[in-house]
Each structure stands twice: as C-alpha cells, then as structure tokens.
Design a protein around this ligand. Structure first.
Ligand SMILES: Nc1ncnc2c1ncn2[C@@H]1O[C@H](COP(=O)(O)OP(=O)(O)OP(=O)(O)O)[C@@H](O)[C@H]1O
Ligand SMILES: [Mg+2]
Length: 397
C-alpha cells in the first residue's frame, strides 16, 4: 500500500468526522483514543487506547504513521518536540500549536502581527485584575490561558468587588488573561487551511452564535457583512496561518465591532477542524475534514466554494432524550433536506452530541433554514415533535 496513514491524537467527534474523508480518498486513519467509548472509536477500526499526556503512548502510536495530527490542542508541547526529534511528522507543529494552547501566547502573537486584539493583560492576582479593570473599565473578562473549552475557563467580572471572588482561579493558575469585555454585534469565524509548503485557502467568513459559551448555530457566509471586514478578517486568518507556521485547518474566532478599528477583534485560535466549520461537510466543495487531511499531508488543497448560496449548521446538545435514534423518524420526516450528523456519544445534559446542516439556494432562505434546522435538532434532542407542530398535525382534519 502506498496510500498514507494519518494518526489523529484524540478520539472526539472531530477525529470521527475525518473518517469519511479518509475513506473516500483511500487513506488510512488511526486514532489514539482516550477510552473504548469515545466518539471516533466506532468509526475508525484502528483506534488504540492511550494517554495523550504519556510520551511513551504517543511514541508507540506514531509507529507507521505518515503524519500525526490532532483532535484537540492538549498534547504537551514537550512531547511534540520529542516526537519530532524521533523523526515523527507532526502537523501542526508545537511552535504553531502553542498559540492555540495558551491564550496569553496567542495574545502576544496577535499583538506582534499588529492584528486587532481586545485590550488585554496578563494578571498575576486579584490586585492585578482590579488594576486592569480600573484602568480599562468594568466589566472585564477573565480567562484561564490553558485548558479551557466551550466557555469553561471564561468568566465575566463585573466590578472590583466581584474580582475578590476570583481568588480561587489564581490559586489554580497564574498568570491569567484579563480582557476588555467586547461590545460586539456578532461573533465571526474565519476558517482557513495551510500546508507545510505554505499553500493556503480560506472559506468565507461565517457568523457564529454562542449560547452559554457553546457554539450553537453557524450561518455561512455571514450575512450582510461589510465586504471590507470580510476581506480583512480572511486576510488576517491567512496571515496568522502563514506567520505562525500553522498547518492543517485553523479557525480564528472573532468579534465583529462595526464602526470601530478594523471592524473586528480576534478572540482565539483553534488549530484543527472546528465547530464553526461543520457546515462545510454539506455546504462547501471541500469539507474542513477533507481539507485538514490534505493539508497535513502537504497535498493540493480543495476548492472552498459554498454549494448553494447559504448554509446553516445547528448543534444539538444532550437533553432529555437518551435514545436519539427513536427521534429519527420524526426528525427526518420533518425536513428531508436536512443532513444529520451524530457523534455516537452517550447523552449527557449540555454535551455536544450532533449537528444538523441545511444548505439553501438563495440568501433569502437563511431565516427559513435556521428555523428548519432548529426544528430537526430539537426533535432529536427532546425525542419528540415540538408541542405546536404535533398539535397542528393532530388537529388537521
Ligand atoms: N473579551 C470578550 N468579550 C466579550 N465576550 C467574550 C470575550 N471573550 C470571550 N467571550 C465570550 O465567551 C465565549 C467563549 O470564550 P473563548 O472562546 O475565549 O473560550 P473557550 O472556552 O476557549 O472557547 P471555545 O468554546 O471556543 O472552546 C466567546 O465565544 C464569547 O461569546
Ligand atoms: Mg472560543
């Protein structure tokens, strides 16, 4: 066999969704899984269980791989340097990845590139946080630089008095990142891919809607965005990828700030396929999962055009319904055009367990697409038709 073998560290839904792309291209995908029951295991035949914090486990997993890549950004940088030393092809490499692992490193890099950052500071303790807030104005946002996800590790601090309540965070980690609380009109994401040789491509900038710190909905492309802001946001993402030596897919999360500065501020970077790029599975010529595989293998990148005029992605989180499949007949009947993606995860409240994509032929469809995708996602989450819809069906003569 001369087809490449790609090893993904981490067996979450992102690794799982790389599998169909690998299968289509004839590549072999392997996954280093956190346990027997993680999302990717049922989709990838070769998925040994091992601890990504254990160098020996990573070394063992690296045998026979053409490239090692990631489902998450938590593999310690020192392990990655050791793997590279041992001849493993790690993409993205640790010097790039650290900007997605550590929000303080990332803020420094964005400043260095003279791209738009919110006001920020590294703060060592409550007193440091208070002096930052007093200087730039309350409320401020306090973040743990490492280990956060889905809004965990992010809190809003309203006043100097409230800052006293953050002492426990400084005991666990210091310094922390303090940021101005940005007054944004919406959140955006600029998704790009770059190869080790430096070829890159961008998808159109999308609008992302977060609920309780978790990505809930994505509208691609972002509707009614100013052409200048869209172009500048895309250019910023490509520049970050180039200057930081990013390989594979990268998402740049942004805040849209019309009428001030560049019209956007950078929130954070993710160096892997990202929730804000799931729409590409059904809404773009090349999905982010296929593009990630192409990119880390240094292959020519695929076209990133949108299929149709607009695509919508709606996540569903764990709710009351434990038996997701029981809701499928109703969900699929409600919307034959919906593409349902389920992660094979057990249902726990608030856990990301799947998403729905819908693609529209006209930009005017966006409201209807959002509503229809939400109906499907809610039926699966709740295990039943919404009260109004089922009422209508029953009452219709
Ligand atoms: N400086 C800020 N001003 C206003 N809102 C913010 C700020 N920073 C973060 N937020 C809000 O909190 C959300 C989560 O923050 P952030 O993306 O930094 O955390 P995370 O937990 O690493 O994210 P993810 O969910 O992408 O893993 C953002 O999407 C945004 O809605
Ligand atoms: Mg984020």
């Amino acid at each position: 066999m001369t087809f490449p073998v790609i090893g993904v560290v981490g067996g979450g839904q992102l690794a799982r969704m790389m599998a169909p792309a690998a299968t289509a291209l004839g590549f072999e995908l392997r996954v280093l899984a956190e346990g027997e029951d993680v999302s990717a295991v049922s989709a990838v035949p070769n998925a040994p269980v091992g601890d990504y914090k254990d160098l020996a486990a990573l070394m063992e997993f690296s045998k026979g791989l053409d490239v090692m890549t990631f489902d998450h950004e938590h593999v310690p940088g020192d392990h990655l340097y050791a793997l590279i030393e041992a001849g493993v092809n790690v993409q993205p490499g640790p010097d790039a990845l650290v900007n997605a692992q550590d929000k303080l490193v990332m803020r420094e890099a964005i400043d260095r590139l003279e791209l738009p950052n919110p006001e920020w500071a590294a703060v060592d303790d409550v007193a440091g946080l208070v002096s930052f807030g007093d200087r730039i104005g309350w409320p401020v946002v306090l973040k743990t630089p490492r280990g956060g996800y889905d809004g965990k590790g992010v809190r809003i601090v309203g006043s100097a008095e409230e800052a006293a309540e953050t002492a426990d965070w400084f005991e666990a980690m210091s310094p922390l990142l303090a940021e101005a609380k940005v007054e944004f009109s919406r959140e955006l994401s600029a998704l790009v891919a770059r190869t080790p040789d430096g070829a890159s491509r961008a998808w159109p900038v999308v609008h992302t809607i977060q609920v309780d710190g978790v990505c809930d909905e994505v509208i691609a492309p972002a509707q009614n965005i100013s052409l200048e802001v869209a172009a500048a946001a895309e250019e910023a993402a490509l520049r970050i990828a180039n200057e930081l030596g990013v390989t594979g897919v990268m998402a740049v999360e942004m805040f849209e700030t019309p009428g001030s500065g560049a019209g956007f501020l950078i929130n954070e970077l993710a160096m892997r396929p990202h929730n804000t790029g799931h729409w590409t599975q059904d809404g773009s010529v090349t999905s982010q999962f296929e593009q990630h595989l192409r990119a880390v293998l240094n292959l020519p990148l695929g076209a990133t055009d949108v299929l149709g005029q607009v695509a919508v992605m709606k996540n569903f989180l764990g709710g009351d319904n434990q038996d997701l499949f029981s809701a499928f007949p109703a969900a699929l009947a409600a919307e034959p055009a919906a593409k349902v993606h389920c992660y094979g995860k057990s249902v726990r409240p608030g856990r990301k367990i799947g998403h729905v994509n819908l693609v529209g032929a006209s930009a005017g469809d966006v409201d209807s697409l959002r509503q229809r995708a939400t109906v499907v996602a809610n039926i699966i989450r709740d295990g039943r038709l919404p009260a109004a819809a089922s009422g209508t069906t029953e009452e219709t003569p």
